[in-house]
Ligand binder design. Sequence first.
Ligand SMILES: Nc1ncnc2c1ncn2[C@@H]1O[C@H](COP(=O)(O)OP(=O)(O)OP(=O)(O)O)[C@@H](O)[C@H]1O
Length: 265
Amino acid sequence: MNTILEISNLCIYNKKEEKNLLENINLKITQGEMLGIIGESGSGKSILCKSILDLNPNYFKITGNIFFDELDILKASPKQIQQICGKKISMIMQDSVNAFNPIEKIKTQFIESLIDKKDLKNAKNDSCFWLEKVGLTDIEKVLNSYPFELSGGMLQRVMIALAFAQDSKIIIADEPTSSLDMINQKEILNIFKNLQEKEKKTVIFVSHDLGIISHLANNIAVMKKGKIVEYNDTKSILLNPQNEYSKYLIEAHKKLFNRFNECLK
Ligand SMILES: Nc1ncnc2c1ncn2[C@@H]1O[C@H](COP(=O)(O)OP(=O)(O)OP(=O)(O)O)[C@@H](O)[C@H]1O
């Protein structure tokens, strides 16, 4: 299997607070893999994802290597990063509200980020296709809205649709469904599952929810306090966890699930 992204010895140090945020992260992601990243709040999942597109603040000292298509992202120029961002690697952020330009209509932002790859007609068609696919209705109205005219859940779905429409080599999804209701969450998780199984899309999927991660991921990295404490294929982690924190996560999930089943009896 081809390695598409390789992270080695990645460390992040916050110079302002003189604090290590990530320590010695090593990950190898192959073409068509869905990597699930799980871990407690503040364990470093988001800054790890952001470092792949060099989106962290400049008061972070970042060392190590992140290789994508033979380019070391940590040594790349802003222009090289710009050529990758949204074109070869798409990112769905946790906080979609801040990811959109507040003074541009959704339509403009969609078309602008697709037009490098597709002609105008295809860009428009793809926008409509994916906006519908993520469960939005009245697509014309959505496209003609400014970000502040849409709810948080709608904006999140717009961002997910944009990442799918960009048709990039890797999608990084940082808790993409956390602001969505159950029905929309399920629809979107099904799209991720289909993209991975049928189109062999490479995805890095971050979630707090072990149920979601185990449903989607081929491999799982468990994070705690800025470190990867366990990294293995999904089956091995679920059936034979080695790390105490992984064991705790699995037990906690089982308890919740048992309680849910009890209630249904
Ligand atoms: N811009 C920033 N400036 C300073 N510290 C930051 C910044 N972003 C994140 N951190 C710190 O880095 C650590 C990891 O944060 P991160 O957001 O990656 O955690 P996370 O695992 O994604 O948490 P959550 O699940 O709650 O989203 C935390 O201690 C956080 O306070």
